[in-house]
Each structure stands twice: as C-alpha cells, then as structure tokens.
Design a protein around this ligand. Structure first.
Ligand code: HMG
Length: 387
C-alpha cells in the first residue's frame, strides 16, 4: 500500500523585513545576507500569531470536510510551542472542526520533529488505512536583535495530510537516520532565545548529511542519478548547497544541472520567509513542486536535520496528477500581499511580549488578516479565535 503526502500547504504571517534593509541597519554588506546566507526577506510574527495560530492557518487552507471526517490523529511538531504541558494541536481541535475522537500530541526534536511526525503518521496509516493523519509543523525562529543568527530568523507553518494512496507523494519504505548527543543549537526551558554555536552547527549539518546519505546509498543501491531533486532542511538557503558542495567537491557531473536547478527551486519560498525550523524541509518541498514541473513518477530525496541532533534521509515518488493538488497561486498571493516593515517597526514588534504575571491583555485581531488569531491572555490562559 502506498502511504504519503495527500495534501500540503503553508502559512506565514503578514509582516516581513527586507534583508538589504536589515544588512544596512546592522552595518553589514547586503551581499552577505542575500548571497552569503541566501535570504532576501524574513517573515516577522506579530503577537497575534504564535506556533498554534500559524499551524491552524496552514491547516485551514488544505482541510476539507472529508479530511476532517477521516483525521483521527494530529501530530503537532514544534520547538517554539506555547505550553510545556498542553499540545498545540489541542488548542486547534475545535477551531479547525476536528472530530472529538482524534488524538492530538506534540512532538519535539528541534527541526527534525516534522519528519518524526511524517514517519509516525506512515505507521499509523499502515495500521488504519482508512484514516488520515494531520501533521502540523510550526515555528517562530528567534535568535535576538543584532545577533549573528538574526539573519536566519523566520516564522511560518506547514500542514500535511498523510493518507493511503496519497495524491502528491508516496514515501518509500527505506530511510536512514542518525542520532548523536551534540550541543550545536539548543534552548533551555528558561530561555526565550536559542543558544547556538553557528559554525559548529553548519559542520554538524554537513556531517549528518554525509553519514545518512552514504548509508542510504549503501542500503538501497541508489545514487544521485536516481533522483530528480533533493530537498534539504533550510535554516538559510545557502545551507543545502554547502552540504552538496562539501560532499561533491568535484561537482555532480551530468547530474549537476538538474540537481542544482531543482535545489534552487526548492529554496524560493524560504528565501522570502526564513527558517521555520520543523517546517523548513517541507516548505522546500512545496517550493520545489510549485516552481518546477517535475515528471510524475520522479523520485525526490529529503534530508531532515534537527540540532542536538537527529538527521534522516528518506525519499518519495511524485504521484500521477499531483500538480492538480497544489496551492501555488494561494501561496504566491499570501507572500505578495504581506506588509514590509521598516527596521524600527520590526524591532518594536520583536520586543513586544505577552504578560507572564496573570494580567489580562486583549489583542486587536482585526489588525491581522489571518483567519485564526491569538486574541489575548486572561489568567495565564491563551484565547484564540477563528474569524
Ligand atoms: P556569520 O558568522 O555571521 O556569517 O553567521 P559568516 O561569516 O559565516 O558568513 C556567512 C556566509 O556569508 C559565508 O559563506 C561568507 O563567506 C559569506 P560560506 O563560507 O558559509 O559559504 N559572506 C559573503 N558573501 C557575499 N558577500 C559578502 C559576504 N560576507 C560574508 N560581502 C551563521 C552565519 C549561519 C553561522 C549564523 O547566521 C547562525 O549562527 N545562524 C543560526 C544557526 C544555523 O542556522 N545553523 C545552520 C545549521 S544547524 C540547523 O540547520 C538547525 C537549526 O535549523 C535549528 C534546529 O534544528 O532547530 C538552526
């Protein structure tokens, strides 16, 4: 039985910063940001958007009544969740109209947990072929103003419906994984910002890729020539390219043009959104299939990396007619209708905080065009609404 991605869509908030403006404000050469890092724009979340609302808005765009009837498991992947106990998916249960019997849990392992969700969903569908699983990957990446990581921030979510006989991508059985206890990027529970050893994290990302890719090739007998494209976790859009170049210093020979053209297509949305941690790999896949007309039956590889760290290489096959189930025009409309912030406006929004002392606050949901918003906090309870 084929199992995989039946639907996939993303959401990102309505504010962004132009990276050339940010470079100028930080006294850096804009080319460092746009070429050296590979980011043109960076999504900024207002207080009315958090990991829950971003995921909810991504899900609203893809779910139909039939999906809502069949979904019996919600896997919410995030590393910027809003509660240490309650799962982000539970907040969304009624807002999305999910059925009462559907289970809901939250998954964590840095940027890897979206892939954990996808793989766990496959197992669930294998046991319950008539059901569907909703995998939500949602994050707001924050390193702090004027830090080296600032240029790699972002905000957004991807919603994936996993089912039997999927319309978009059937996921292959074989995958290779690597778990090692390393400290390249982490966020202690008392800290608002991640701690990161940036250059070490780049090195580890590449080492993880080389290990799981080599093991995948040994296990399957496949090589780069068997792949139409490879999608990478994209903390910034140069990162996947760095991994390819480090692994193939002589270039990819006759596979070079195809792999690099498709790599570039996979980075287009991330260039305008930034790092969305758990969802970045899947934003890359959406970008690839919405910007390039890949053949039905083509094989796509996926490298997932979550600091700390877990890595995985897996693959899937594009299904017949998959192009009929994409949301390219909605996604472009979402990106093109955003409001550009000046750097002082971005810094002001970045410094805004919700009360943590039990005081009540009411937020202006009408200032946010999203359907699902955080409307306030009362007695430490978050209040959400769907317009
Ligand atoms: P940095 O030290 O400010 O930048 O931080 P740099 O000096 O390394 O320069 C970056 C690149 O720009 C270099 O290219 C420069 O040569 C180039 P590279 O050598 O890497 O190919 N450059 C220029 N290019 C053109 N014109 C110029 C120019 N100047 C310099 N004028 C760093 C960069 C990524 C380390 C920092 O932003 C950071 O710490 N980011 C956060 C960590 C991160 O994203 N790590 C990625 C791997 S870990 C990962 O993916 C997991 C993660 O998503 C978290 C999770 O799993 O949850 C982060």
């Amino acid at each position: 039985m084929k199992i995989g991605i039946d639907k996939i869509g993303f959401y990102t908030p309505h504010y962004y910063v132009d990276m050339e403006d940010l470079a100028e404000a930080r006294g850096d050469d804009p080319a460092k940001y746009t070429i050296g890092i590979g980011q043109d724009e960076m999504a900024v979340a207002p207080l009315t958007q958090d990991a829950v609302t971003l995921a909810g808005n991504a899900a609203l765009n893809v779910l139909t009544d039939e999906d809502l009837e069949k979904i019996d498991l919600v896997l919410f992947a995030t590393e910027t969740g809003v509660d240490h106990s309650k799962s982000g998916g539970v907040y969304l249960h009624e807002l999305l109209g999910l059925k009462r019997e559907a289970r809901s849990i939250e998954l964590k392992q840095a940027c890897y947990s979206g892939t954990a969700g996808l793989q766990l969903a496959r197992g669930h569908i294998a046991l319950n072929p008539d059901s569907k699983v909703l995998v939500l990957a949602s994050d707001i990446a924050r390193y702090g103003l004027a830090t080296p990581g600032e240029v790699t921030q972002g905000a957004g979510a991807v919603a994936i419906v996993v089912s039997a006989n999927p319309k978009i991508l059937a996921i292959d059985q074989v995958s290779t994984t690597l778990t090692k206890d390393i400290m390249d990027f982490w966020r202690p529970i008392y800290s608002e910002y991640a701690f990161v050893d940036g250059h070490y994290s780049n090195e580890q990302y590449i080492e993880y890729f080389q290990t799981v890719w080599e093991e995948y090739q040994e296990k399957t007998g496949l090589t780069i020539a068997d792949f139409e494209a490879i999608c990478f976790h994209l903390p910034y859009t140069k990162m996947g390219r760095k991994a390819i170049e480090a692994t193939y210093p002589e270039g990819l020979g006759e596979d070079e043009d195809r792999i690099m053209k498709n790599y570039e297509a996979s980075t287009r949305y991330s260039r305008r959104i930034g790092n969305i941690y758990t969802a970045s790999l899947y934003l890359g896949f959406i970008s690839l299939i919405e910007h390039e007309e890949l053949a039905e039956g083509a094989k796509v590889g996926f490298f997932s990396y979550g600091s700390g760290g877990v890595g995985e290489f897996f693959s899937g096959v594009l299904q017949e007619g998959y192009r009929n189930y994409l949301y390219a025009s909605e996604h472009n409309e979402l990106l093109n209708s955003r409001t550009k912030l000046s750097i002082p406006e971005y810094e002001e929004i970045f410094e805004e905080r919700l009360p943590v002392d039990g005081l009540a606050v009411e937020l202006n949901k009408d200032a946010d065009p999203a359907d699902i918003c955080l409307t306030g906090v009362v007695n430490h309870e978050r209040k959400y609404a769907r317009k």
